[in-house]
Write a protein that binds this ligand. Structure first.
Ligand code: NAD
Length: 253
């Protein structure tokens, strides 16, 4: 029956950037659907862990700095040690730096590209190898952005990285589909998290953004639970390489 295909019972998910914000909402959503979760973050993930354990699911925190590719092995080893399998990877962690392009520094370029793009690829590569070895398919979901579709302003490394995420989602989907591995992405619109605190604190920008969102509100982490569960589940087994906007209508306008 179709609703059973959405269930994630017995599955293990890795969610990066799971300490707060969208990653926390995604991790809790996957757990509500039945998954156990490895919570990866540079920050403490105790709050997310408690939310998941309250649902009767298992969770572990993995402290890792995703700007360093060396974190990839630790994440795989600790997840397999705790759960002995991996079924879902949600590459959610990401950072943003804002400055006019004429002043944009190499550090703000490298920091963003390393986390949002470079480690996202190498973690996906490592998880794909585990999926292939396990022989039971798998799901990789990447977090793209409105700036996978649009240019934006003041955020060149963010736009570059999120545009790359949409392209890599397609490439990975093409090479991995034969192994029953689905790779897709979500593109959140303007969501109320720490990532957008500066925008919301600027009254003029806040109003301009709200005026342009057909749904007339900022998105919340809760708004991503449905798409996260869908793309992590068997209900999406014939969806490959697609980036789905969850944006209150921003791109439709
Ligand atoms: P957030 O800053 O609240 O959360 C990001 C999480 O990633 C944090 O828990 C942070 O500690 C973690 N993280 C940052 N650097 C890390 C590192 N080096 N190693 C490990 N973990 C690290 O932001 P958010 O809004 O929840 O963003 C989540 C994802 O959604 C990001 O990829 C972001 O680009 C994307 N996104 C956000 C919005 C939005 O409007 N908030 C819109 C589109 C896309």
């Amino acid at each position: 029956m179709i609703l059973d295909q959405f269930k994630l019972n017995g599955k293990t998910a890795i969610v990066t950037g799971a300490a707060r914000g969208l990653g926390q909402g995604i991790a809790v959503g996957l757990a509500e659907a039945g998954a156990d979760v490895a919570l990866v973050d540079i920050l403490d993930t105790d709050k997310s862990k408690a939310l998941i354990e309250n649902l009767g699911r298992k969770a572990i925190g993995i402290k890792a700095d995703l700007s360093d590719k060396g974190s990839v092995k630790t994440i795989i080893d600790k997840t397999l040690q705790a759960f002995s399998r991996i079924n879902i990877l949600f590459n959610n962690a990401g950072i943003i730096r804002r400055a006019p392009l004429t002043e944009f520094s190499e550090k703000d370029w490298d920091d963003v590209i390393n986390i949002n793009q470079r480690t996202l690829f190498f973690l996906s590569q490592a998880v794909a190898k585990v999926f292939i070895q396990q022989g039971a398919g798998g799901k990789i979901i990447n977090t793209a952005s409105m700036l996978s579709f649009q240019g934006g302003i003041l955020v060149p490394s963010y736009t570059a990285s999120k545009s790359a995420v949409m392209g890599l989602t397609r490439l990975m989907a093409n090479e991995l589909a034969v192994h029953n591995i689905n790779v897709n992405a979500i593109a959140p619109g303007y969501m109320a998290t720490d990532n957008t605190a500066a925008l919301r604190a600027d009254a003029a920008r806040n109003k301009a953004i709200l005026d342009r969102i057909p749904a007339s509100r900022w998105g919340e982490p809760e708004d991503l639970k449905g798409i996260a569960v869908f793309l992590a589940s068997d209900a999406s087994n014939y969806i490959n390489g697609y980036t789905i906007a969850v944006d209150g209508g921003w791109l439709a306008r």
